[in-house]
Ligand binder design. Structure first.
Ligand code: HMG
Ligand code: MG
Length: 298
């Protein structure tokens, strides 16, 4: 099958590493990205052009993007909170910008220091830049089901924000369960509501796996026709502004789960295993990177 049935968006280098206590050295991040490319992951969210005061782990975003060259069939994506981030990423060269807001007002305030409406206004120049430069625009809605501050979120709230992101020009809206509290029932209710106005082809799901529900939630989303899932190698991840957001859905179990169900992903499992081992070591801070000449660099 030349085209995969399901597309995986690997967010480990961004969503994963933004939450590591240790600031992972740039060289280690780049080595991880190389391994992920080698596993033929078609879409990599490699860093975030956010404020280093807010997320120090992503302070090396320019270097990460500069040293991750474009490659055939690869979409390099970066998270951007505002026009400044978009301009900096475009100056280096990127295939996708990902803007991010929330279905919960409190989470938006904590994460990006503005209301949902203000965030959408902030994204207008980002969307204009994406259009002008022919760059894909992706949008995230955090807390589509549960918020760490507000508790359960009404499906209509997620729907309103997803529609607003689509109106801005996002070709894909990733619906996030930021703290992994969603259940098959709550995901089903949220997706039913969002799909009243957006087709499944425009949607992705971004599950965190704090309570071990992520794969069950994937099954519900597959039933809704969703074919794009975000995951992080070795289940790295969380969000520094979402207390309790443990790891993202882990890429390797997701790929195995999908292939067992008969969905192709186009991913090289053997190479993915190597990336998995490297990422697990990186979390514990005991990776050994071989430089091109075989010298140990960290
Ligand atoms: P602010 O403090 O309201 O705005 O931050 P500001 O304009 O006063 O900027 C503060 C400082 O950041 C200034 O520096 C700016 O220059 C600088 P100073 O003048 O004080 O030295 N700054 C920037 N630096 C680099 N790149 C930029 C940039 N913009 C401003 N683009 C802001 C507002 C949005 C910037 C801030 O709140 C921020 O960066 N937040 C990002 C938070 C974040 O990255 N959270 C994690 C990612 S979201 C997530 O994990 C959820 C997701 O995975 C889905 C899910 O699971 O739910 C996507
Ligand atoms: Mg996330």
């Amino acid at each position: 099958r030349p085209f995969p049935d399901v597309t995986i968006v690997e967010v480990g280098p961004r969503d994963g590493l933004q939450n590591e206590k240790r600031i992972v050295p740039t060289e280690e991040k780049l080595a991880l990205i190389e391994l992920l490319k080698g596993a033929r992951l078609p879409r990599l969210e490699i860093t975030a052009f956010v404020s280093p005061k807010w997320v120090p782990q992503m302070a090396d975003h320019e270097e990460i993007l500069r040293r991750t060259p474009a490659a055939d069939g690869l979409i390099r994506s970066v998270l951007v909170p505002n026009e400044r981030g978009a301009l900096a990423a475009i100056a280096i060269g990127v295939e996708e910008l990902a803007i991010f807001t929330s279905a919960s007002e409190t989470f938006a305030e904590k994460n990006i220091n503005c209301s949902i409406a203000e965030s959408l206004e902030r994204f207008e120049p980002v969307a204009a830049l994406a259009r002008e430069h022919g760059i894909r625009l992706r949008g995230y809605v955090s807390c589509t089901v549960e918020c760490p501050y507000e508790g359960p979120i009404r499906p209509q709230a997620a729907t309103g924000v997803a529609n607003a992101l689509a109106d801005l020009g996002c070709v894909e809206i990733s619906l996030a369960d930021t703290i992994g509290r969603a259940t098959p029932e709550s995901v089903d209710a949220m997706l039913s509501a969002v799909k009243a106005s957006l087709t499944a082809e425009k949607l992705a799901c971004h599950f965190h796996d704090t309570f071990g529900h992520a794969l069950d939630n994937v099954d519900v989303a597959l039933g809704h026709g969703i074919r794009v899932f975000d995951s992080a190698i070795s289940g790295l991840g969380g969000c520094p502004y979402a207390p309790g957001a443990a790891g993202n859905l882990s890429t390797l179990p997701l790929v195995k789960h999908l292939e067992e169900k008969g969905f192709s992903t186009g991913i090289d499992i053997e190479r993915l295993l190597q990336a998995e081992e490297f990422a697990a070591g990186l979390r514990q801070g005991n990776t050994e990177i071989q430089a091109g000449d075989g010298r140990r660099v960290s």
